[in-house]
Structure formats: structure tokens, C-alpha cells
Ligand binder design. Structure first.
Ligand SMILES: Cc1cc2nc3c(=O)[nH]c(=O)nc-3n(C[C@H](O)[C@H](O)[C@H](O)COP(=O)(O)OP(=O)(O)OC[C@H]3O[C@@H](n4cnc5c(N)ncnc54)[C@H](O)[C@@H]3O)c2cc1C
Ligand code: FES
Ligand code: FES
Length: 1310
């Protein structure tokens, strides 16, 4: 059992969350003190075996503070700094910070960034978390927070402008017209006030319990495994002799994954963590010897100290190891994991192989020291270690000679906490006083099952001078030697091969630089100045940020103010209750799903006999158990709740097992045997096009005459682009608890859903089923329609028996629930010499998956955004929904809009590139103007995009930046910078007209307190907070008198999903309506007693028998579009925004840095600037993931290969742009929504495409170096692989791709 299960299920301590169960998200972080009072470690509870914690002091988030008692400063600051949205990641982040402060009360920013490498947040965009915690750092202590006050000279309204940089005012360092100091247009303060923060006093922390300092020799026996924890070396050797098959476990970060995800069973486990010899560190004449149980963080600390004290020539190896440790997993993993026998990672294997680390293996009857040479690794994760042996220590040697140089490289999809694609360790020794190679070792990981030495290349280069000739020889030989089968697991064959050359080139340059320095007087080639940046190691810079917004009312009105999310404090203390935190019912059962392993097949048989015999199993649920209809779907009922005879995707739910515990249910589900007759699957969009496998209808929007437009054009250009899908990766996976009420078929369902009403379907009258949603740990559209897939099965099971619960594991959630639709776009665009676009013909193909779900609406929105913000007179767009054998794709923030706009940004970039014009100029030329009409004939009024554009240009200092980038690119051959400014126009309304309605119910109690309920759900976006602000303004009472408990179908019925960014508009207006009704009823009592209090009026009305409860309702007026006639209003209004981003790419590896982003967003009059800025930044970061990082890999047979944070990378702390400016457009009231505000949830997401197009700009500069100009195809995401492959150069030419069709690839572009 893991510590996490024990805490949550046995102790009821639910503050520690389950996000992934594989150490990849940090939601389960807590602090452990395993050895001494002075060592505090952030660790992942999901991987920590309970047995390993006997006599270990563990501190959970509940242990450091609570709302009722007192918040710890780390809890308070993240809440007040707006660093908690859905809050599911918050306890983990709090505990990472807490552990850091326990070890170091005055950390530096770099310490903090390192501490968060193992934590993910999907909502906030990380900036506010860092901003809040910056207040603990040393930087903060020297930073003086300034609050500036200015009177407004520009407007007569009461304007307050807030500027925040490094937690405060920009202090006059801002830019033209941008700074509160220079434009004199408002009063400046911050989004939060640091003066409110409780001081941090490290002396007040809980002490290490002295009773835990005892001997640790232990034995635990369970049903399936025995845990032996010896505390002497003799004892462990004896035990290993007796149990040669026993698995040695230290951090459990490898074995834990094998047990959980690969169904491995280890009957005997040996835990050596408390054996002194295995924890010792000895400095010898030759190097440093680390005991085999020394954790990686301990090793890092020792090596760092050695580097500080020893002469540089001795520490080349240490530096190489340290550089790699920095990018090894997250802090939580490094705090427990050891450099085990197959040695830390392939990089370190490589370092070892080129430098000669010496592992010492020991047997009960003697020890041996082995060299990690070619014979050491015998296969993937296999070594020469014999069954009875254990590893005692590893020696990391000093580099011995001044003539030896060592480097190590790791290239992974994401820099932080990611497994490598290719690694390399290289060492060269020169004949003293010369540049003649005496010894050269080149070792690569990621090119075979174990690290491989490029022996042939090394042999050829020995005795040669380190110069251009050697380089050429090295590259051509490496290209021949480092080959890969085109079907190799992991794919990226061309990229991996190119990397072997590119990394060698980096090594070549690095050594050349050092040689020039150390061999003065000898004739050595110099590194050209434009190549120097290729040798620089990546060290992240501390990010800084500015937020600017405007407030337009008096201090006593909470609306428009940056009020903290109402649940933020509870989220930070772990007291906020999510679906799976609801306490266990006494007789509760757990459900686990049985899913298809085939993409398309007939089910021949289902055999449950083996599963039935397993402990704890209560029953199975299959299609026959469904009393009502098995057909389901959010619009079209074209899918089955449980598969009936046929499966149409991997992950298709066939049935479920109900058992007494989660573990038993999951084991039994895996034991169910299913026989299939496989059918041919359709997996990719291209396969669907070939097979004409489409759902109907095929939508078309046409305006003007495209053919005539093409004739008028000076140029006609065709292009195409593929945009990959995206996993929602809400930190809280789908969860449902169904509780039958025993009477009249009544049931209560606690569901993590955005669509409470949808969950009521399936034959049972809706009036018997109450769906309750307290809050969600993120939704992003993923819990709009797909939640019913799980909740219905759970409800069917509960209907049979008793309360049933299920929270999907991360891998199940990713497998089953679908994500953002992959899109393929084909376009033809006609334009004039000036860049003015005359005609566009575009076809969109989306990968809809195995059911319609919301795919038609998603495609419609893509079509409604096909011109993004550009006025094209003659335009035709067609949308095809590809029916494939993938899990049904669904709603995702932006809902097709981003894909639609991405294609348009691709053709506008092509137009600019083909004309050799600046992309910014062509974009501006085609930008809409006030009064223009869209392809669906909607007139643009209250148009603010041009203002956003101009403000963004000036705030980002676009022209100066452009000039600086051009200069940089001329001066650097192997790193290039790029810049792009991109607009967005996002239509607000559900495109299905009937959904544009909302209800609210407001009760005033006789004590004056108000209970507010509305149809929207809270998933971190701050909807409840905004609703309370609205009610507070209309009722004229402090927000503290108003409470929202939950969303439930028995208070507000027939709710629309909380989606389409419209929830504040719709529900806010319904709340306003209800409150106004109540205020009307209270008016006579106010008039009668004008000096009375709210409570007085309420009481008087009550005694006068006036109802103090009211329903509110709202529907958006004047909507209704008709595709056939291309007429009628689609959207209520548009949200506008513009972003400008600058990036730097490493042309040799494809890695990139997000240097700067400036966003100007029109949110009307913001209801809550802190929440709105949070939405802008969170959406931007999610878009950044979509367009630059996140890649779902599917096998050609439709199997999802990326099923957790280990293989699917969402942006981490280190991916935030180094400088980030967010400005909410001032003086932009919107008369179409509540209190002049605008929707904000989805519109900013597309602005992250500015990063993609900045990358494309940088690639263009790299291609120009090889003489290649003009448009080129770059698919999304702009991953390291795509960037590298697009930067065509001498190295890529040596590694041509295999002929398509001549092999079966590991993964396909779906
Ligand atoms: C989120 C996450 C990120 C990761 N990132 C990386 C990464 O970036 N790079 C990378 O290389 N790996 C990574 N890993 C894999 C893993 O953390 C490492 O392999 C780590 O070194 C395992 O150490 P451990 O103590 O936790 O291993 P355990 O699971 O405790 O055991 C590891 C193995 O070593 C053996 N072993 C341990 N001690 C001895 C001994 N004294 N004698 C003999 N055998 C012994 C065990 O039997 C077992 O086979 C990651 C894992 C996770 C969960
Ligand atoms: S749940 Fe433990 S790291 Fe994700
Ligand atoms: S607030 Fe971090 S995941 Fe939601």
C-alpha cells in the first residue's frame, strides 16, 4: 500500500491529492523526515510504500495549518497571490514550498524553481504561484515593494491602474505609454498586498519527534509481498543470499511504477535505506564514493560542494553529472531515488562509460569492484549484477588530467522532469601540449536498448587534430554508425540520428573553446564568434511579470476588484472537498472499468471466471445490466454506455467490476479475459479521407465568390497543416460517487462534471436523480460530455447494490475520455502584391473518433473562426468530421476555435513569406475594422481589436525588438530568435442556441445571510467568486454574507454545461435577475426604514410574509444562425486580444526558450481582474502546451502510447516566458454582458500561437543560413523534433528519413 492510499482511505486525510500515481504531477507531495531532525524532504506519497515509512516523520498539508486554526504562511501566500484556481495541485505545491523552507528559510529564486520541478498546475500558468512565493526569497528581501498613486488625467471616471512587477509596481521601469509612472493615468497598486501576509517564522515549525530515532530493522508480511528492512550490511547480504529473487527497493520510483502499471509482483522486497554503509559518502584519492542508498539529491549536494572546493581540472566529471542531475526528474523523485545499479540514467551511464565510474558489488562471501565497460550492461535495464549480489557503492572519479575534457548532454521533449530522447556523454584526452586526440569516447543513450559507444568513430579520430577536418570525418562516420531501425520504439528516427551529430558538434565546439584557452601559442582553430552560443548550457532566468488593469468604481463595491478566489484558502490547506474526498460510506464499493484493448473488433467472448475468484469481488456490470437504453451521447445518441458486441476504440468501456476496494476492483478488471475478432481500424485523418469515413453533415460557409477572388489575385498559394490533439490533463481525473437512496429509484450522484444536468439522463426520471457538484479539480471542456461515460456506469452499478465510487486513474482517464480534436487543414489563398488577401478556400478535417459527441459543434466553431481576425471578401470553408477508431474527441477550451484560427495564421504567414514581407505588416493590412462583416455575415461593432493590436505593438516594443532580433540572428549561426504578433477574435455564445440560457436561485435567510445557487459549476475559473461579487453589488451587502454551497440539479434544473466561456454572462445575468427581484420585494422596507440595516429589512419583510427566495433566469437575446442561408446572428459579441512573443531556438537540438510575451486582452469591464488575468495566463499556458509541447502518440493500430505525465508533457514552471506582461484593455465596456464585462475563459488560449509563429520565424532565419527561403510547412506542436528537422543544415542532410510506406512507424499522426 502506498502512503497516499493510507492517508486518504484509512486516515481520511484527503488534503494530499492523487493526480497521476506515477510521481509525475506532484499533487501528492508531502514532507518526510526519514533519518534525522535536520533533513526535510518533499516526497511523492503516491510512490512511497507505507512500509518504508515506519519511524519516519511525515507532515501532510493538514499538519501545517488550517482555515479554522491558522494558515501557514506558505498556504496563505499562494491563496492571496491568486496562485490557486481549481486548487487540486495546490496542497502539493504548498508542501514543496514548505519542505524547501524547512531546509532553507531564505531560499533563492533558483532554489524555488528547482523545488517546483516536480509539480504541475494546469490552471494558473504558474506565474501567480511564483509571484506569491517570491516573497519568501532572498530576491524579495532586497526588492522594495512600491505602491504609487496617480490621479487620472485621461478620463474623468475614477480610474485605478494596477501595475505589478516582481510582486509590485513597475517602478517606472516600464515602457512607453505603459507604465503607471509615465502615463499618469491612474492609481497603481498590486493584485495582492504583501502587507496582509503573516510573517514567516521558521522557529515555530513542528519538531522531529524524538521517539522516531530508533533502530529500523523491520519485517512486514502482506498477502502478496514481504517487506524486509534490514539495518546492517551483513543482514541484507544474508537476506539476498536467501532470497536471490528479492527486489531491492529504495525510492520505489522504478519498482513502484512496475507494480502499478506493469502488473509486476515481487514477493520479497529488501529495503536497504537504513544501512549505514549504504548511506555513507567517502572522499578518496581517486574520487567520491557514494553508498548505494544515497539519494540523488544528497549526491548532488556533495558534488556541488566538491566543485566549489576542488581545482577545476578535477571536477569535469562532477560538473557533467551535476548538469544532468539538474534535469533528472523533479525534486520529490531526486529526494528518494538512488543511482541504482543500472545507473541513474542513460546520460550517467554514458558519463560512466566515458570516464570510468566504479561500482562496487558485494556478495555475502566477498566483494568485487567492476568497471562499467562494455560488458557491464547486458540489456535494457540489465547488468552483470548477479542475483545474490547487491550494489554497495559507486565511485565517481575525479577527472585526472588537464588535457581531458568531459561533457554530457540530454535532449528531452520538455526540459524539466522529462525522460530523454537522446543523451550523450563525451570525453576527449589530448596529447599534452597539443590538439592531437589521444583518447576519445563517445557514448549515446536513446539509440539502443543500452547506451552505446561510437567506437568506430572514436577509433577513426584518434591521433587526429581537433579541427574542421576531424569534425567532417566524425559526422559522416557517426551518421553511418548511429543508425536506427525506422520502426524503432519511441519513433523520431531522423531526429534522434541528427541529434547524435548535433550533440557531437556541440562537444566539438565546447572542446575547441577550452583548447584555445588552455593551449595558447599552439595553432588551434578558433571558435567563430557566431558559433559561441551553441556551446552555452541552458540556465533558466528568473521570470518577471507585469499585470495592468483598470477598476472603475468605489472602494466599497467588491465588483471589479481583484478579490481572491473564495475557496483559495481551503484549497491551500487541503480542506476543500473534491468528489473523491467525500468521506467513505460504510458499505461503499469501488468500481473499476473493463476496457477494450483493440481499436476495432467484434467481441467473441468475455470470461470473468478468473476475476470472480479474486478477493473482494462483488459483481460485474455489462450492457445487459442497463435497465433503460444503452444508447447515449450529448447531442446524437450514437454511442453505447457499455459496448454491446463490438468495440470501436481502444479504451471502449466493455463492462466494470465492483469490489470492496479500489485495489481489488482494479486487479479483477485486469483478470477479465476478452476474446476479439479484429476488424480493420481507421486511425488517422488521412486514413479516414482515403476511406471517406465521415460523419454527416459536412458543413460549409461561403461568402462572396472565391473563384472570382482567385482570378483577381496576383498570387495564389496552396498549403496544408496538421494540428495535433491535446489531453485535458485536469489535475483531478473523472470521478463519481453514486449513492442509492432506497426509495422510488432515488439516487444522489456526486460527480466531477461541468454538466450536472446531462448526468441525469438514461431512462430514470430526472426528478429522482440529484447530481451534486461541489467543485472540480479542473475541467477545460473534458468534463462537459465525457463524464457521463463514467457516471452512468457507476450509477448502474449503484442501482444494483449500494454506494459505488470510482475515480479514474490517470492512465485510464487519458485512454478513455478523449481530448481536443486533431485537425488537418488544406488551403488555397489568393492575394495581391501588397499582401491583401482576396480569396480563401479552406477545408478542415477533424479526427472526431468513434462517436459524434460534440464534434459537429466543434467543427462549426472552427469554421466560424476560419478567418481569425482578417477580412477576406471571398471565402469558402468546409468542415469534415472524420469517423475513426479513436476514443471520441470532445470539447476542449476554445472548442475548435484555436484549430480554425491556427490554419488561418498559417496561410497569412505563408502569404508574408512568399512575398518576403514582414508577417506583422501583412496581418495588420488584412485586420478587420469596425463595421466589417464576417464570413457568416455578422457585423463587427464595438470593435476593439485594432486598439489591442496597437497597444500590444507598443507595449512589446515590437519594432525595437525586431531590430534587436535581426541583429542577434546575424551574429549567431546555431541559435536564432524569432518574433510574432498574433491577434484573436473569439465569438461568445453557445452555437447551439438553446444552450444560451441560465437559472439562479437565491434565498435570503432571516439572519440576513444569503444562499446563492446558479446553474454553473466551479472548476477553478472563479465562477462562484464572480457570482458572489455580482450578488453583493445587486443586493448591496458585503460578499461575506453570501454563500455558494454547490451546484445541484434539485435547486437549478435543466442547466447548460459550464462551457463556451459564457457562464459568467449567463449565470451572472440570472443571479442579477434573482437578486433584483428580491431587492424589489425589500424596497418598501428599505424606504420605510432608510437608516436600517440589511438584517432589519430582511426581518421586516419576513414578518410581513414576503417571500425571501427568488428564481432568476436569463437567455441571450437575438441569436439564431442558419447555415443554409448563411444568415442570422451566431454570437452575442466577440472577445479580442493580441499577443506578441519572442523565442530563441537551439537549431542543433530543437530546444527553445520562451523569452517574452506581451498580451493585451479585451475583457470589457473586468468583474474580477485577478481572476480574469488568471484566466488569460492559464489559457495562454495551456495554449503554449498545445502549440509547442504536448504530443499524443498513437500506434498505427490506434493504441494511445502516452498515458501519463511521464510520457505526456504539459507545460511546467520552467516554460513560462521569462518576461510576461498582461494588460487588460482599458475603457472597453461591453453592453452585451453583465456589468459591461466580457467572457475570458477560452479567448486568450489562441494567443499562445504567437509562440508557435515566433518559433517559425526563428526557423526561417535558420533555414535562410542554408539558403532556403519562402513558405514551409510546420505542423503543431512545434516540438523539439519538428524544430530541429525544419532547421535544415549539413547535419540533417546526413540523416535522411526512411521512405514513407517502407516501414511501420512506432506512432502515427492522427
Ligand atoms: C516521475 C519520474 C521521473 C523520472 N525521471 C527520470 C529521469 O529523468 N532519468 C532517469 O534515468 N530516470 C528517471 N526516472 C526513473 C527512476 O527514478 C530512476 O530510475 C531512479 O534511479 C530509481 O531509483 P529508486 O531508488 O527510486 O529505485 P527503486 O524503484 O527503489 O529501485 C530501482 C532498481 O535498482 C535496484 N537497486 C536499488 N538499489 C540496489 C542495490 N543496492 N543493489 C542492487 N540493486 C539495487 C532495484 O532492485 C531496482 O531494480 C524517473 C522516475 C519517475 C517516477
Ligand atoms: S499523484 Fe503523486 S506525483 Fe502525481
Ligand atoms: S490550480 Fe493548479 S491545477 Fe488547478
Amino acid at each position: 500500500m502506498t502512503l497516499l492510499t493510507y492517508l486518504r482511505r484509512k486516515l481520511g486525510l484527503t488534503g494530499t491529492k492523487l493526480g497521476c500515481a506515477e510521481g509525475g504531477c506532484g499533487a501528492c507531495t508531502l514532507q518526510s523526515c526519514p533519518l534525522t531532525p535536520s533533513s526535510h524532504y518533499a516526497v511523492n506519497a503516491c510512490l512511497a510504500p507505507l512500509c518504508s515509512l515506519h519511524l519516519v516523520a511525515v507532515t501532510t498539508v493538514e499538519g501545517i495549518g488550517s482555515v479554522a486554526r491558522k494558515l501557514h504562511p506558505v498556504q496563505e501566500r499562494i491563496a492571496k497571490a491568486h496562485g490557486s484556481q481549481c486548487g487540486f495541485c495546490t496542497p502539493g505545491i504548498v508542501m514543496s514550498m514548505y519542505a524547501l523552507l524547512r531546509n532553507n528559510p531564505t531560499p533563492k529564486m533558483a532554489d524555488m524553481e528547482e523545488a517546483f520541478q516536480g509539480n504541475l498546475c494546469r490552471c494558473t500558468g504558474y506565474r501567480p504561484i511564483l509571484e506569491g512565493y517570491k516573497t519568501f526569497t532572498v530576491v524579495r528581501q532586497i526588492y522594495k515593494h512600491t505602491v504609487k498613486t496617480h490621479s487620472c488625467q485621461n478620463t474623468h471616471s475614477h480610474c485605478i491602474f494596477f501595475f505589478l512587477q516582481d510582486g509590485g509596481c513597475c517602478g517606472g521601469r516600464g515602457r512607453e505609454n505603459g507604465c503607471c509612472m509615465t502615463n499618469g493615468s491612474g492609481e497603481a497598486t498590486a493584485l495582492f498586498s504583501t502587507t496582509d501576509f503573516a510573517p514567516f517564522d521558521p522557529t515555530q515549525e513542528v519538531i522531529f519527534p524524538p521517539e522516531l530515532m530508533r533502530s529500523r530493522s523491520l519485517c512486514f508480511r502482506g498477502d502478496r509481498a514481504t517487506w524486509l528492512q534490514p539495518d546492517t550490511l551483513e543482514e541484507i547480504l544474508r537476506l539476498k543470499w536467501k532470497h536471490p529473487d528479492a527486489r531491492v527497493v529504495v525510492g520505489n520510483t522504478e519498482v513502484g511504477i512496475e507494480v502499478k502499471f506493469k502488473n509486476m509482483v515481487y514477493p520479497v522486497i529488501l529495503a536497504p535505506s537504513f544501512i549505514p554503509e549504504l548511506n555513507s559518502v567517502t572522499h578518496t584519492e581517486d574520487g567520491v564514493v557514494f553508498g548505494a542508498a544515497c539519494t540523488l539529491s544528497h549526491m548532488g549536494a556533495v558534488l556541488r560542494q566538491a566543485v566549489e572546493t576542488l581545482p577545476p581540472h578535477q571536477t569535469e566529471v562532477f560538473l557533467a553529472v551535476l548538469e544532468q542531475l539538474r534535469w533528472f526528474a523533479g525534486q520529490q523523485i531526486r529526494n528518494v531515488a538512488v543511482s541504482r545499479t543500472n545507473w541513474v540514467s542513460s546520460v550517467e551511464q554514458g558519463i560512466n562509460r566515458v570516464t570510468g565510474l566504479n561500482p562496487c558489488l558485494i556478495l555475502v562471501d566477498g566483494s568485487r569492484v567492476v568497471q562499467m565497460d562494455d560488458s557491464f550492461f547486458t540489456g535494457y535495464r540489465r547488468t552483470v549484477l548477479r542475483p545474490q549480489e547487491i550494489l554497495v557503492s559507486i565511485e565517481i572519479p575525479y577527472s585526472q588530467k588537464v588535457e581531458t575534457f568531459v561533457s554530457a548532454f540530454k535532449q528531452s521533449p520538455r526540459r524539466e522532469d522529462d525522460i530523454s530522447i537522446v543523451t550523450a556523454a563525451m570525453s576527449v584526452t589530448f596529447t599534452p601540449g597539443s590538439n592531437v586526440v589521444e583518447d576519445l569516447r563517445l557514448s549515446y543513450g536513446g539509440m539502443a536498448a543500452t547506451t552505446v559507444l561510437a567506437k568506430r568513430t572514436a577509433n577513426r579520430l584518434r591521433g587526429r587534430c581537433w579541427g574542421e577536418e576531424l569534425l567532417q570525418e566524425a559526422c559522416s562516420t557517426l551518421a553511418e554508425e548511429m543508425t536506427l531501425d525506422p520502426s524503432v520504439p519511441g519513433g523520431m528516427v531522423t531526429y534522434r540520428r541528427t541529434l547524435t551529430l548535433s550533440l557531437f558538434y556541440k562537444f566539438y565546439l565546447t572542446v575547441l573553446q577550452k583548447l584555445t584557452y588552455s593551449l595558447q601559442g599552439v595553432n588551434v582553430e578558433e571558435v567563430k564568434s557566431d558559433c559561441v552560443s551553441a556551446t552555452e548550457l541552458y540556465h533558466p532566468q528568473t521570470p518577471s511579470s507585469v499585470q495592468i488593469y483598470q477598476v472603475q468604481q468605489t472602494q466599497d463595491d467588491v465588483l471589479g476588484r481583484p478579490m481572491m478566489h473564495l475557496s483559495a484558502m481551503k484549497q491551500a490547506t487541503g480542506e476543500a472537498v473534491y468528489c473523491d474526498d467525500v468521506p467513505l460510506y460504510e458499505n461503499e464499493l469501488y468500481l473499476s472499468l473493463i476496457t477494450s484493448s483493440k481499436a476495432h473488433a467484434r467481441i467473441i467472448s468475455v470470461d470473468t471466471s478468473a476475476a470472480e475468484r479474486l478477493p473482494g469481488v462483488v459483481c460485474f456490470v455489462f450492457a445487459d445490466d442497463i435497465l433503460g437504453s444503452n444508447a447515449t451521447g450529448p447531442v446524437v445518441y450514437d454511442e453505447s454506455v457499455l459496448a454491446d458486441g463490438q468495440v470501436t476504440c481502444v479504451g471502449h468501456i466493455i463492462g466494470a467490476v465492483v469490489a470492496d476496494t479500489q485495489l481489488h476492483a482494479q486487479r479483477a478488471a485486469k483478470a477479465v479475459k476478452i476474446q476479439y475478432e479484429e476488424l480493420q481500424p481507421v486511425v488517422t485523418i488521412q486514413e479516414a479521407i482515403a476511406a471517406q469515413s465521415f460523419y454527416q453533415p459536412i458543413r460549409t460557409i461561403q461568402k462572396g465568390d472565391p473563384e472570382a477572388g482567385f482570378k483577381q489575385a496576383d498570387h495564389v498559394l496552396e498549403g496544408e497543416m496538421h494540428i495535433g490533439g491535446q489531453e485535458h490533463f485536469y489535475l483531478e481525473t473523472n470521478a463519481t460517487l453514486a449513492v442509492p437512496r432506497g426509495e422510488d429509484g432515488e439516487m444522489e450522484l456526486f460527480v466531477s462534471t461541468q454538466s450536472a444536468s446531462k448526468t441525469q439522463a438514461l431512462g430514470v426520471p430526472a426528478n429522482r436523480v440529484v447530481v451534486r457538484v461541489k467543485r472540480m479539480g479542473g475541467g477545460f471542456g473534458g468534463k462537459e460530455s465525457r463524464t457521463t461515460v463514467l457516471s452512468t456506469v457507476v450509477a448502474v452499478a449503484a442501482n444494483k447494490y449500494r454506494p459505488v465510487r470510482c475515480m479514474l486513474d490517470r492512465d485510464e482517464d487519458m485512454l478513455i475520455t478523449g481530448g481536443r480534436h486533431p485537425f488537418y487543414g488544406k488551403y488555397k489563398v489568393g492575394f495581391l502584391n501588397s499582401g491583401k488577401v482576396m480569396a480563401l478556400d479552406v477545408s478542415y478535417y477533424s479526427n472526431a473518433g468513434n462517436s459524434m459527441d460534440l464534434s459537429l459543434s466543434v467543427m462549426e466553431r472552427a469554421l466560424f473562426h476560419m478567418e481569425n481576425s482578417y477580412n477576406v471578401a471571398n471565402v469558402r470553408g468546409q468542415g469534415f468530421l472524420c469517423r475513426t477508431n479513436l476514443p471520441s474527441n470532445t470539447a476542449f477550451r476554445g472548442f475548435g476555435g484555436p484549430q480554425g484560427m491556427m490554419i488561418s495564421e498559417s496561410w497569412i504567414t505563408d502569404v508574408a513569406q512568399s512575398l518576403g514581407k514582414a508577417a506583422e505588416e501583412v496581418r495588420r493590412l488584412n485586420l478587420y475594422m469596425e463595421g466589417d462583416s464576417t464570413p457568416y455575415n455578422q457585423i463587427l461593432d464595438q470593435f476593439t481589436l485594432d486598439r489591442c493590436w496597437d497597444e500590444c505593438l507598443s507595449r512589446s516594443e515590437y519594432q525595437q525588438r525586431r531590430a534587436a532580433i535581426d541583429l542577434y540572428n546575424r551574429q549567431n549561426r546555431w541559435t536564432k530568435r524569432g518574433l510574432a504578433i498574433v491577434p484573436t477574435k473569439f465569438g461568445i455564445s453557445f452555437t447551439a442556441v438553446f444552450l444560451n440560457q441560465a437559472g439562479a436561485l437565491v434565498h435570503i435567510y432571516t439572519d440576513g445571510s444569503v444562499l446563492l445557487t446558479h446553474g454553473g459549476t466551479e472548476m477553478g475559473q472563479g465562477l462562484h467568486t464572480k457570482m458572489v461579487q455580482i450578488a453583493s453589488r445587486v443586493l448591496g451587502i458585503p460578499y461575506s454574507k453570501i454563500h455558494i454551497s454547490e451546484t445541484s440539479t434539485n435547486t437549478v434544473p435543466n442547466t447548460s454545461p459550464t462551457a463556451a466561456s459564457a457562464s459568467s454572462d449567463l449565470n451572472g445575468a440570472a443571479v442579477q435577475n434573482a437578486c433584483e427581484i428580491l431587492m424589489k420585494r425589500l424596497e418598501p422596507y428599505k424606504n420605510k426604514n432608510p437608516k436600517g440595516s440589511w438584517e432589519d429589512w430582511v426581518k421586516s419583510a419576513y414578518f410581513d410574509r414576503v417571500s425571501l427566495s427568488a428564481n432568476g433566469f436569463y437567455k441571450t437575446p437575438d441569436l439564431g444562425y442558419d447555415f443554409d442561408s448563411n444568415s442570422g446572428r451566431v454570437f452575442n459579441y466577440f472577445s479580442y486580444g493580441v499577443a506578441c512573443s519572442e523565442v530563441e531556438i537551439d537549431c542543433l537540438t530543437g530546444a527553445h526558450k520562451n523569452l517574452s510575451t506581451t498580451i493585451v486582452m479585451d475583457v470589457g469591464h473586468s468583474l474580477n481582474p485577478a481572476i480574469d488575468i488568471g484566466q488569460v495566463e492559464g489559457a495562454f499556458m495551456q495554449g503554449l502546451g498545445l502549440f509547442t509541447l504536448e504530443e499524443l502518440h498513437y500506434s498505427p493500430r490506434g493504441v494511445l502510447l502516452t498515458r501519463g505525465p511521464g510520457s505526456y508533457k504539459i507545460p511546467a514552471f520552467g516554460d513560462i516566458p521569462t518576461t510576461l506582461t498582461v494588460s487588460l484593455l482599458r475603457d472597453a465596456p461591453n453592453d452585451k454582458a453583465i456589468f459591461a464585462s466580457k467572457a475570458v475563459g477560452e479567448p486568450p488560449l489562441f494567443l499562445a500561437s504567437s509562440v508557435f509563429f515566433a518559433i517559425k520565424d526563428a526557423i526561417s532565419a535558420a533555414r535562410a543560413e542554408s539558403g532556403i527561403k519562402g513558405p514551409f510547412r510546420l505542423d503543431s506542436p512545434a516540438s523539439a523534433e519538428r524544430i530541429r528537422n525544419a532547421c535544415t543544415d549539413r547535419f540533417t542532410k546526413l540523416c535522411p528519413p526512411a521512405e514513407p510506406g517502407s516501414f511501420t512507424p512506432w506512432s502515427v499522426q492522427v
